[in-house]
Design a protein around this ligand. Structure first.
Ligand code: ADP
Length: 479
């Protein structure tokens, strides 16, 4: 990967690439081979980055929204121009099929473009006054320095979704990407610099996660934290945020149900099921974790779903036609094996797969289980792997109760052609996002986020900017 001119292995602070005394290795999950020795940032690097972001913020927030937008638009265009190189880096460190990596580059770039436009629309208000000789004005101001912590499953898109909104709003950022996938974040910083992001406005520090996290959370300069990752770490950060009362946006785990009602278009449901379950080998927070299938359609759905799963091609991400790559690491594989063993022990039937893949390493067979029940681990916990488990239900009430029987509330999907049912079920699902007769819902134009223990705040859409803006009320008197 070092032949790609976007390849960097040091942390990006105040526009400089800074080495550290310690290093850690980033590996290719498809082969286990080392891709890079990366400088391991800790509290010192994090504090330097926070200081740089604080300094840079003074002028960045004063720039015209249009000028900030132009930088973001150029950044987005550079991502598209460098799509192949970004995708190659992404697949190398993350493992997803190259076609998906290319898709992610475009998806990631779309957030920078979107917020380049939205930044100019952070309108305030003039409120009808309550007092003669005075006017009530409400403005929106950037919150200040933002700490962002992102996961490995979308090494580019989870970053741009935050940095696009933050920079458009006039904030500056310290980003801590996942240590599994820092190379994509560094590559993004290279392009940001080329696009004209001033030094200190966007900083990237990767290494000792708890140490960096603690420095960011303890800092009084950092006024907001935006996190995407596990509910466990999200709760920890929210606790840590209370000491300085930072604003908090959390995009955490899900346990998405996918309900197939008797009146569903079965072919559409199978296509949606494949797309929303097996993308990124099942490693996305909006991936289906539980298929709930109504009695009358159950066996036909399972039969067609099984055929489609058998046809999926498992191969390293850079192999031609790959549809399922390796899991990110050994711990991810262990979790999948644990969930499948637990389900089998509790009476699940393996229809397809159910074993590590013959390719070895962290490859796992796309798997279909039936006779799933709420006692099984995946009913309460995200599997984050290529396992489709089918529950059988009879009535709508039963399906809704099952769907909502989880502490999470990120996304849900269902297939039905009955308008009254579509409306009723959409309203009763306790989630932030619903796909009706659609298996892929993510887009920069719609608000992404959850309820319950899936988090708070929304990313993308016209609402995404609000997470990075404070309202200020000015009473203009003496008129
Ligand atoms: P996952 O299980 O998807 O890896 P994590 O929540 O562990 O989810 O990781 C998401 C991000 O949170 C990563 O960037 C990781 O380094 C970071 N992280 C993990 N532990 C901490 C911590 N104690 N403080 C701050 N960030 C952390």
């Amino acid at each position: 990967m070092s032949h790609i001119d976007l390849f960097r292995t040091r942390n990006y602070i105040a526009g400089e690439w800074i080495d550290s005394a310690r290093h850690y290795s980033v590996n290719d999950p498809a082969t286990g081979q080392k891709l890079a020795d990366v400088a391991c940032a800790g509290a010192d690097e994090a504090n330097a980055a926070i200081a740089a972001a604080g300094l840079a913020g003074a002028s960045w927030r004063r720039q015209l929204a249009r000028d900030r937008g132009q930088v973001l638009r150029r950044w987005s265009q550079l991502m598209i121009e460098r799509r192949d190189d970004l995708a190659a880096l992404l697949t190398a460190e993350q493992g997803k099929p190259l076609a998906e990596a290319r898709g992610e580059v475009a998806y990631a770039a779309s957030f920078l473009e979107w917020f380049a436009e939205e930044g100019r629309r952070a309108y305030g208000e003039v409120v009808p006054t309550h007092k003669a000789g005075a006017r009530v004005i409400v403005t929106k101001e950037p919150v200040g320095v933002v700490g962002a912590i992102t996961p490995w499953n979308f090494p580019l898109a989870m970053v741009t979704r935050k940095v696009g909104a933050a920079l458009a709003a006039g904030c500056t950022m310290v980003l801590k990407p996942s240590e599994e996938t820092p190379l994509s974040a560094f590559a993004l910083a290279v392009l940001g610099e080329q696009a004209g992001v001033p030094p200190g406005v966007f900083n990237v520090v990767s290494g000792d996660a708890p140490a960096i996290g603690q420095a960011v959370m303890a800092s009084e300069l950092v006024r907001k934290i935006s996190f995407t990752g596990s509910t466990r770490v999200g709760k920890l950060l929210m606790r840590q945020a209370s000491d300085t009362l930072k604003r908090v946006s959390l995009e955490l785990g899900g346990n998405a149900p996918f309900i197939v009602f008797d009146d569903a278009d079965i072919e559409a449901a199978v296509a949606g099921a494949i797309a929303s379950k097996f993308r990124n080998a099942g490693q996305t927070c909006v991936c289906v974790n539980r298929f709930l299938v109504q009695d009358g359609i159950h066996d036909r759905f399972v039969e067609r779903f099984a055929e489609a799963i058998r046809a999926l091609k498992v191969a390293p991400g850079d192999a031609a036609g790959s549809e399922i790559g390796p899991l990110i690491n050994a711990a991810a594989l262990a979790k999948v094996e644990r969930h499948v063993a637990d389900a089998k022990g509790l009476g699940a039937r393996v229809v397809v797969g159910g074993q590590p893949h013959a390719l070895g390493g962290t490859f796992y067979q796309p798997t279909l289980l039936t006779e799933a029940s709420p006692a099984m681990q995946f009913a309460q916990e995200e599997t984050f792997g290529p396992i489709a488990a089918c529950f059988r239900f009879r009535t709508d009430d039963e399906a809704i109760a099952l769907a909502n029987d989880t502490p999470f509330g990120l996304s849900a999907y269902f297939y039905s052609r009955d308008l009254a049912r579509v409306w009723d079920v959409s309203e009763r699902l306790q989630v932030g996002m619903v796909g009706v007769n659609e298996g892929l819902i993510s887009t920069e134009v719609a608000p992404f986020g959850g309820v319950k223990e899936s988090g708070m705040g929304r990313e993308g859409s016209s609402h995404g900017l609000d997470d990075y803006l404070n309202l200020k009320y000015v009473l203009l008197g003496g008129l």
